[in-house]
Design a protein around this ligand. Structure first.
Ligand SMILES: Cc1cc2nc3c(=O)[nH]c(=O)nc-3n(C[C@H](O)[C@H](O)[C@H](O)COP(=O)(O)O)c2cc1C
Length: 213
């Protein structure tokens, strides 16, 4: 059982990454083979609309753009599970997340109609981190997020698990930044009390996904 874990935050060692490392720990504890990738190491760019993947003589479910994202897509489609983590930027996942989504979804999308091209199954986990509270996530974000989750699940024949983490600590010392709208004391309290629970939930998500058939 192979699980790919992809961090779509440009920051390698903050909230999203902490949660994804916990997912990886949970998956490894359940015996999964894992691979953790920082997407921004790959300089992600979205679909270039070259349409080579739609040529009749092209191999299906293959992105032909000559960069590392195409190689990453090959790896994802050869895996059993994919966990994608992203911070929320202006009420959406990051540009890097979107870039990977476009490339992965488009090369698997059939323009012939009928059955999806991908015949395997890749189960999906989505981890989101954000400054906003749960109410903002549920009302403003969930409809858009579930659209992309469901598109991918449909194309990859997979199940979906989701883990959101709210009110994250964006910087260690708010006094150094012009971030007056945030209450540092509240942020630190959430980080000390709720974030460890989110980490535990992330560990559990990794474990569950590793054992899901
Ligand atoms: C460019 C930018 C835009 C952001 N937009 C939002 C937003 O719309 N809603 C929100 O709740 N948080 C927003 N945030 C906060 C991040 O989502 C939050 O700090 C997240 O946990 C960062 O993840 P990281 O620590 O893994 O980088 C934004 C942060 C940045 C840098």
């Amino acid at each position: 059982m192979k699980m790919m874990i992809i961090n779509a935050s440009p920051r390698r060692d903050r909230n999203t990454a902490y949660l994804l490392h916990a997912v990886e720990d949970g998956a490894m504890a359940a015996g999964a083979e894992t691979e953790y990738i920082d997407l921004y190491d790959f300089e992600p760019s979205g679909c270039h609309s070259c349409l080579v993947c739609k040529r009749k003589d092209a191999e299906r479910c293959k992105c032909y753009w000559p960069d590392d994202i195409s190689f990453l897509i090959d790896q994802i489609l050869a895996s059993d599970k994919l966990v994608l983590g992203s911070p929320i930027y202006f009420s959406e996942p990051t540009a890097g997340y979107r870039a990977l989504f476009e490339r992965l979804a488009f090369c698997c999308l059939s323009y012939d109609g009928g059955e999806p091209y991908f015949k395997g199954k890749v189960d999906l986990g989505f981890v989101y981190t954000m400054n906003g509270p749960q109410s903002y996530y549920e009302t403003a974000l969930r409809p858009g997020l579930s659209t992309t989750e469901n598109i991918l699940a449909g194309l990859l024949n997979g199940t979906v698990r989701v883990l959101p983490s709210f009110d994250t600590l964006q910087v260690d010392d708010y006094s150094l930044y012009a971030m007056g709208r945030f209450d540092e004391e509240h942020k630190k309290k959430v980080h000390e009390e709720q974030f460890p629970e989110d980490l535990a939930a992330a560990f559990e998500l990794g474990k569950q996904m590793a054992t899901d058939l």
